[in-house]
Ligand binder design. Structure first.
Ligand SMILES: Nc1ncnc2c1ncn2[C@@H]1O[C@H](COP(=O)(O)OP(=O)(O)OP(=O)(O)O)[C@@H](O)[C@H]1O
Ligand SMILES: [Mg+2]
Length: 375
């Protein structure tokens, strides 16, 4: 656990003044109202460092696209400021912001070839024809589509169309790349592959990137940092490790990764009552009283025999359901009133415990997260 604390110290959540200076793209108290009643984004402050890939992660309707569109200049902010390299761009039109944008639906021109689609932004900027040809070829090479330059979008697969959209955003050599759920139309395998490709291109170009997604695996696996949004607000910003291991709120804990949630009562001595059992957590940040206790299913050990007495949390229960999903087994364990999910890696041999068995559980106090009433 010392390890975790060190990482926390090295990359604090609260950016200092120095770090704000280092940031390339900066959102300051950004707000967007649609009409009178919808407050889609509120008081959003977000520093994005140069060359960083940052995810805007959150459920449907939390304001991700709205935020991205404000950054791109496609819709005006109703309050707040956006700066790039210290320069205020809040009121600049999109074409003067030096940003490349990829929409969720690619938005390619169907009647134009791949080459013309990619060249479009350069033609609008009146780049000479020779130079345009060169830049388009370079962008298409980057996404490995040079050989399909003469095709039209409908003659391409979803993944290829997505790459054309990426080439079109990159061809203008923007200083910032904005991606709105670019992979959500692709099947699972292709999505995995494109994640690696996009990350690879982003790192090779060292381009500051904001990546909108509602997929936590995507955010965890691709990004330097994750900004979790909830109801138009920033719930937490941190590395994948910080957001997963040290969620600031119940919402973040539940949205990023799977987690058990059971009711309990935090006592003044720091222990927690969860019905029949008493357990411990580390440094609860909430006052004594009713709490929600959260434990990740794969951090709980399970055994037929009792675990030796140690400093960890122990519980006993009965398996009421087991689901085999190939690489893991999901056990539902009745603790006498509350149910815990426990995830185990499978083996090729017979499974050691099964439905109806009485089992012993063990998990670390440091894997026991405690939250007070959600605001
Ligand atoms: N033009 C609009 N007029 C009124 N309300 C809008 C408009 N556009 C978006 N909203 C509302 O603003 C909120 C945020 O929408 P936004 O598109 O930013 O969400 P999102 O996080 O991108 O969601 P999703 O994951 O579904 O794409 C939603 O409640 C939405 O209904
Ligand atoms: Mg959206």
């Amino acid at each position: 656990m010392m390890h975790a604390v060190k990482i926390d110290e090295r990359q604090p959540d609260n950016r200092t003044g120095k770090e704000q200076e280092d940031s390339h793209l900066q959102l300051l108290n950004l707000e967007k109202r649609y009409g009178e009643s919808v407050l889609a984004v509120r008081d959003l402050s977000l520093p994005v460092r140069k060359g960083e890939l940052i995810a805007l992660l959150g459920p449907s309707g939390c304001g991700k696209t709205t935020t991205l569109r404000m950054i791109a200049g496609l819709i005006p902010a109703t309050a707040g400021q956006i700066t790039v390299g210290g320069r205020d761009v809040t009121n600049l039109p999109p074409y003067r912001r030096d940003m490349g944008l990829v929409f969720q639906n690619y938005a390619l021109f169907p009647h134009m070839t791949v080459e013309r689609n990619v060249a479009f932004g350069l033609e609008m900027r009146k780049i000479p024809r020779d130079r345009t040809k060169e830049m388009v070829a370079k962008a298409l090479d980057l996404v490995q589509l040079g050989h399909l330059a003469e095709r039209r979008p409908k003659e391409l697969s979803g993944g290829q169309q997505q790459r054309v959209a990426l080439a079109r955003a990159l061809v203008i050599e923007p200083s910032i790349l904005l991606l709105d759920e670019p992979l959500s139309n692709l099947d699972a395998k292709l999505r995995d592959q494109m994640r690696i490709e996009i990350r690879d291109i982003q790192q090779r170009l060292g381009i500051t990137t904001v990546f909108v997604t509602h997929d936590q695996v995507e955010a965890l696996s691709m990004c330097d940092r994750i900004a979790v949004m909830h109801k138009g607000k920033l719930a937490q910003i941190g590395t994948p490790f910080e957001v997963y291991e040290r969620p600031r709120t119940q919402f973040v804990a539940e949205f990023v990764g799977r987690i058990n949630k059971i009711p309990g009562t935090l006592k003044t001595d720091g222990t927690i009552d969860i019905g029949l059992q008493k357990i411990r957590c580390e440094n609860p940040s909430t006052p004594p009283g009713p709490v929600d206790v959260m434990i990740r299913p794969h951090r709980i050990e399970i055994s037929q025999k009792p675990f030796p007495a140690d400093g960890a949390n122990h519980a006993q229960g009965r398996i009421v359901r087991s689901t085999y999903i190939g690489d893991t087994l999901e056990h539902h364990i009745d603790l006498g009133g509350t149910t815990l999910q426990v995830e185990k890696a499978t083996t090729a041999g017979p499974q050691p415990v099964t439905v109806g068995d009485t089992v012993h559980l063990r998990w670390a106090a440091s894997d026991t997260l405690v939250f007070g009433e959600e605001e």
